[in-house]
Design a protein around this ligand. Structure first.
Ligand code: AMP
Ligand code: TRP
Length: 332
């Protein structure tokens, strides 16, 4: 059976972008693949995190995955730092990846901003740890949002260079799975920025924990232009805020953007927004409620993570041993 790996940073509220770009697809892939889903806490600390908040977020994001429908009995759900093989393989990959490759990573440039000298070394080698996350299980398929594509190409390059440098066929070719009508959900306040956990304005995103009133209010206040919805995808593409809302509607309804336009063309936002809000509340409401129920029982969440880590470690240990052996690190 093909193996899936994917990760999410436990750095704040899960939002609609995480859900449509990643988590909903993770849920859907459970019948076809053996899945490993990870709260990547070691990635989170590449920028400073309040320790108590990091622990709370790790539990909350886990609750989000379970509430969305991930089954921890059939698949593996755990937090990264409990399985030391991730960090160990990442060190080997720090020695495989080239500085020139890392220098091209746009996420580093965005996150480091103007004061690059002040960014942590961890933020710089972040993609090497991400490659290790996947390859320590020899996972082949990685469901993510659009923004992770470049990192996955780097992971592929690392796997190929390792195989080539040591004359082995150890690591598989990684296939990104970028699925659905909303692979890059944009901020509700600014159609040029992606919806993100770290954006200060809470009005920019719909959190999975938002209640019906909050969801409706955020959609009502979402930035748009004054025109009614267009008839064609070409006209829509030129209007990024409108395109974002139509994309969200299409993804939530499991329809194409074309179908959504066929229904709403010529209608003003005063008609479209309430329809979108109703759909969003209908889809996300039950997930938020289940998250709140699960978060009230941290003992259960912790047990899921402990059990997942033990199973993950059992898969990773022999693969890391193979790597150490190939590289010539003396053991035994
Ligand atoms: P992160 O919140 O950065 O840990 O991302 C976790 C997953 O959600 C990754 O697969 C991302 O690609 C995906 N994701 C994050 N933000 C968005 C967004 N605005 N639109 C679509 N997918 C996203
Ligand atoms: N970098 C990813 C993000 O911010 C999270 C992540 C870490 C990941 N390791 C991964 C995603 C491995 C897929 C596979 O969204």
């Amino acid at each position: 059976m093909k193996r899936i790996f994917s990760g999410v940073q436990p750095t704040g509220n899960l939002h609609l972008g995480n859900y449509l770009g990643a988590i909903r697809n993770w849920v859907r892939l459970q019948d076809e693949f053996e899945c490993i889903y990870c709260m990547v806490d070691l990635h989170a600390i590449t920028v400073w995190q309040d320790p108590a908040q990091l622990r709370a977020n790790t539990r909350e994001v886990t609750a989000g995955l379970l509430a969305a429908g991930i089954d921890p009995a059939r698949h593996i759900v755990f937090n990264q730092s409990r399985v030391p093989q991730h960090a160990e393989l990442a060190w080997v990959f720090n020695c495989v990846a080239r500085l020139g490759w890392l220098n091209r990573m746009t996420q580093f440039k965005e996150k480091a901003g103007k004061h690059r000298e002040n960014a942590s070394a961890g933020l710089y080698v972040y993609p090497n740890l991400m490659a290790a996350d996947i390859l320590v299980y020899k996972a082949t398929h990685v469901p993510v949002g659009e923004d992770q594509k470049q990192h996955l190409e780097l992971a592929r390059d690392i796997a190929q260079k390792f195989n080539h440098d040591y004359g082995v066929e150890l690591f598989p070719i990684i296939e990104p799975l970028i699925m659905g009508a909303a692979t890059r959900v944009m901020s509700l306040r600014d159609g040029a920025r992606k919806m993100s956990k770290s954006e200060p304005s809470d009005m920019s995103r719909i959190n999975l924990t938002d209640d019906a009133d909050q969801i409706a209010q955020k959609i009502r206040k979402a930035k748009t232009d004054p025109e009614p919805l267009p008839e064609s995808l070409e006209e829509l593409a030129a209007r990024r805020e409108a395109a974002n809302l139509v994309g969200i509607y299409a993804a939530l309804a499991d329809e194409s953007a074309e179908t959504v336009l066929a229904r709403f063309a010529g209608q003003p936002f005063s008609v479209f927004k309430p329809a979108l809000a109703e759909l969003a509340v209908e889809t996300l409401g039950p997930i938020g409620a289940e998250m709140r129920r699960l978060t009230a029982d941290p003992g259960h969440i912790d047990a899921v993570l402990r059990d997942g880590a033990a199973r993950a470690s059992a898969l990773a240990a022999p693969i890391l041993a193979e790597v150490y052996d190939i590289v010539g690190l003396l053991r035994g």
